[in-house]
Ligand binder design. Structure first.
Ligand code: AMP
Ligand code: ZN
Length: 433
């Protein structure tokens, strides 16, 4: 049931003692890097003053901008000879960031991934098809190493080439998938096209869904259509990649591995800690990373700590499904909107197909939000009255969520561009004006 029982079920007091000891070590270690040495000095923090987990609150936050400022090597705490891997974050704006790993880091990461996959029910006897991009995107290699350590037969199919992917699933009886949720939804139309019913014609058991925000409705759709149990996988390149937090068989919140990360949730504006159970920005400190420790890294991801103990017996805290990144939020007519609010509404309506996109414009000095929604073919080609009624239902449901009336445009399946990578949910034409 557990990959590392003593760690996964460690009593909370022992876990906190381990964290305290590791935190003291990692802060000392970080201070040997060129960047943190001056950073800590500039902020007037003394590493010797850190006795308890609480004391970390006196330390400054590290941001993506710091990583850019220290690019490429200033965060290193080892010789360049000792680093074996570089990953670069997929940031769409500004300069890239570089994250380095030693051999031990790579091993620790693989072990974390094996822990996550085992927790969800993956075993040595499984056949694992890794359908996300390899390369600088950490999802591919992260899962790959974890699956091999677990001992599962691993198919590094990568992303794209959907028909070939389906052949592999048939020929090798794939039982586990790692796939980006928006791509999983898209794949359903390819199954349809090639006449394969994943529930009856394949041997799929489990899907790991990660790398982008998605709602519980999306998970349920994928579970039903693929005939799998689907598990939410959270991570970010700055903290290895996947493996930071993962759902257990309870499928309610993700255990965040506290032997490896110190977890804080802060108010996104005041940056003060919020009480457990309240939403805020996730801030993480790496507790064991060698090449490039990060102290109080602001992830920009919004979540909540779930306070009740998990029936699975694991003692590590759980975080709620990620609501989105603080920078994903957009403001329309003075209202703050997250793409996940739109998705929640759309995926709860059965006639809605597998893809959508939000477009923001300025019309006569006013913001407008148009939600393009793919609908199933039989509905799209059906009678106009039905389409009109569906459009009205979606508009009313969205209005109930965002409190203003958006435009809703129902479009043909497949007409919104879809890449196998992370979905682009919002196109803001307003910025170019
Ligand atoms: P990257 O390091 O470029 O792969 O991007 C990491 C970011 O992807 C995270 O900071 C989150 O914003 C997002 N992300 C990753 N996994 C999930 C997930 N399971 N749910 C929601 N967002 C996710
Ligand atoms: Zn659990």
């Amino acid at each position: 049931m557990y990959w590392e029982q003593d760690i996964e079920t460690m009593p909370i007091a022992a876990l906190q003692a381990l964290q305290t000891q590791r935190l003291q070590q990692v802060v000392r270690r970080a201070a040997t890097s060129q960047y943190y040495r001056t950073f800590f000095e500039r902020h007037g923090v003394e590493i010797e003053s850190l006795y308890s987990l609480d004391d970390v609150k006196h330390f400054p936050f590290t941001t993506k901008q710091d990583l850019r400022d220290g690019y490429p090597y200033e965060f290193l705490t080892v010789e360049r000879d000792d680093i074996v891997r570089l990953h670069s974050s997929s940031g769409t704006t500004g300069q890239a960031t570089a994250i380095f790993h030693t051999r031990n880091d790579i091993h620790d990461w693989a072990n974390l991934m094996a822990r996550c996959m085992y927790m969800a029910g993956a075993r040595k006897s499984d056949v694992f098809q890794n359908m996300t991009g390899y390369g600088m995107f950490t999802g591919g290699l992260g899962f790959h190493y974890g699956a091999e350590l677990l001992g599962a037969l691993t198919l590094p199919t990568g992303s794209g080439n959907s028909k070939r992917q389906i052949h592999f699933m048939q020929d090798f009886h794939t039982s586990l998938l790692h796939i980006i949720p928006s791509y999983a939804l898209h794949l359903l139309s390819v199954f349809n096209e090639v006449g394969i019913d994943p529930v009856n014609d394949l041997h799929l058991r489990i899907a790991f869904l990660g790398a982008e925000p998605h709602t519980n409705y999306t998970r349920q759709r994928i579970e039903e259509a693929f005939g799998v149990k689907a598990f939410n996988s959270y991570g970010l390149s700055e903290m290895y990649g996947p493996g930071v937090a993962f759902e257990c068989p309870e499928q309610h919140g993700m255990h965040i591995w506290e032997d490896r990360f110190l977890v804080e949730i802060v108010h996104p504006q005041t940056l003060q800690p919020v009480p457990d159970g309240e939403e805020g920005e996730l801030v993480l400190t790496t507790l064991t990373r060698e090449a490039m420790p990060l102290i109080r890294y602001r992830t920009r991801d919004l979540t909540t700590i779930l306070t009740e103990p998990c029936p699975c017996g694991r003692t590590h805290k759980r975080i709620a499904r990620i609501k989105g990144r603080t920078d994903d939020m957009f403001i329309v007519k003075g209202v703050n909107v997250f793409p996940m609010q739109v998705e929640k509404v759309l995926m709860s309506i059965p006639e809605v197909g597998t893809n959508y996109q939000v477009e923001l414009d300025t019309v006569e000095e006013m913001d407008t939000m148009t939600v393009k929604v793919e609908v199933y073919n039989e509905i799209f080609l059906g009678d106009v009255k039905g389409l009109k009624a569906l459009q009205q239902t979606i508009t009313a449901a969205l209005k109930g969520e965002v409190l203003f009336t958006p435009k809703v445009s129902l479009v043909e399946p497949g007409s919104i561009p879809k890449s196998p990578g992370k979905a682009i949910r919002v196109i803001d034409h307003r910025k170019t004006h």
